[in-house]
Write a protein that binds this ligand. Structure first.
Ligand code: HEC
Length: 400
């Protein structure tokens, strides 16, 4: 009887829904973040009750793509109870309830999600994104102004014109590197090609900033420059972008150094109308490392992506399977517990593409599709972060 009464107690916004929104929705649904409508107050949330119910029942919100693998530290899926709360609330006509039942509001600091940065690097000149058309990848090289080597424990890229930014990759260019040696400094320019330079951080919608686990960090060498690669996507309104990058430095030398590695290929051809084209690449780790996170990258025809460990004798273990893959939600899947990958471990990445007319995002099913930077071309990259001993830089890691 008591149980029945509890179940019948009406679900209200302040008592039941607000705590769920604080934890699961407000990280994106607040001013300055990627979702256009804030869900901070009853007045803001009320008109979205039905849409929220639908979005959580269909598992469209919060966005999450991992179907296998993990457990992941940033798993954002709602519990059945949380889904039920939103569902019952919307069904009951979205009652507000009593203000005194509300949880303490979260003190969201506007701007940075990594805390106050120790250093902020801003584009020296803004970039004008046109209202229409396509924009080639733009590169901007900015000085980091570091006189000594620094360990970075967190990095966040904040686009100025978020709606027109598809992605930004922040590379590190060490002094003496041949890459983009002759390019202008401070000004946007066009460039192509793949680089092996280290990645500091990647911005995509839905992506959390780079925050290293305790005792780990990325190293920036004295005199390094920041190379930002922008993919702007015009969205009907001309806008001006001035992106900033915030860094937090580790107080002391960490125990482990983090590298972003990648397994992928540019050698593939996806036939027209093909609904399930598979591309697979494997590689052997040259040294011991601790696997921290996985970040698959494909474009609009991307359908599913898998990371596996292939053991001697062919036994296969799935580290992550993202299905269905959504181009609009490029995410980093952070392992709840870092995983030791012994020297000689064989990793395999497999991508599936849907180039048929049944793929609602397919720009043109009649095209044969190859590697390329623009969204109507394709990519196949499995990024992953590993931690190694502090003294091991990337070249040293690849020496067997
Ligand atoms: C990782 C960021 C992120 C999180 C977390 C998130 N949202 Fe969203 N949500 C978005 C973005 C981006 C959109 C796209 C709409 C826009 O901004 O124009 C969106 C759209 C929506 C929509 C519009 C309808 C639709 O389905 O497209 C609803 C409703 C919604 N979110 C509800 C929620 C709820 C409820 C939660 C928490 C349980 C949540 N969202 C968590 C980013 C997020």
């Amino acid at each position: 009887m008591i149980l029945a009464l509890l179940l019948l107690a009406p679900v209200t916004f302040h008592k039941d829904v607000e705590p769920v929104l604080q934890k699961q929705c407000q990280p994106c649904h607040r001013p300055g973040e990627i979702a256009t409508m804030p869900l901070l107050t009853y007045t803001q949330a009320r008109p979205w009750a039905k849409a929220m119910r639908e979005a959580v029942l269909l598992k469209k919100m919060p966005p999450w793509g991992a179907a296998e693998g993990g457990p992941f530290a940033n798993d954002s899926r709602l519990t059945p109870r949380e889904i039920e709360i939103i569902e019952s609330w919307a069904k009951a006509g979205a009652p507000e309830g009593l203000k005194r039942d509300a949880p303490a509001p979260v003190q969201w600091t506007p701007g940075w999600n990594i805390g106050t940065p120790d250093s902020v690097i801003e584009m020296a000149e803004p970039f004008d994104v046109p209202a229409t058309g396509s924009v080639d990848y733009q590169f901007v090289i900015l000085p980091l102004g570091l006189s000594g080597d620094r360990w970075v424990s967190a990095a966040e890229i904040r686009p100025g014109a978020r709606d027109a930014v598809h992605h930004i990759v922040a590379y590190l260019r060490e002094p003496g590197s041949e890459w983009l040696k002759e390019a202008p400094r401070g000004k946007a320019f066009r460039a192509h090609g793949v680089t092996r330079n280290d990645i500091l951080s990647i911005y995509t919608p839905g992506q959390q900033p780079f925050i290293a686990p305790a005792g780990m960090a990325k190293l920036i060498r004295a005199g390094s420059e920041l190379v930002l690669q922008f993919h702007y996507t015009p969205n009907g309104t001309a806008v001006r972008d001035r992106t900033r990058v915030g860094l937090r430095f580790a107080g002391e030398t960490p125990q482990k150094r983090i590298h972003t590695l990648q397994l992928g290929t540019t050698e593939f051809v996806i036939p027209p109308q093909e609904a399930n084209h598979r591309v697979s690449v494997s590689g052997t780790l040259p040294n011991d490392s601790l696997l921290l996170s996985l970040f698959p990258h494909m474009h609009l025809r991307g359908k599913a992506f898998e990371y596996e460990i292939v053991a001697e004798g062919g036994r296969v273990e799935t580290l992550l399977r993202v299905a269905p893959y959504r181009f609009n939600w490029q995410m980093n899947y952070i392992l709840a517990t870092p995983r030791l990958l012994k020297k000689g471990t064989r990793l395999r990445c497999t991508a599936w593409y849907d180039n048929s007319a049944n793929n609602p995002w397919n720009p043109d099913p009649s095209q044969e599709v190859r590697y390329g930077e623009q969204s109507w071309e394709e990519m196949m990259i499995g990024f992953f972060d590993v931690a190694v001993d502090v003294g091991v830089d990337k070249p040293a890691f690849f020496v067997r």
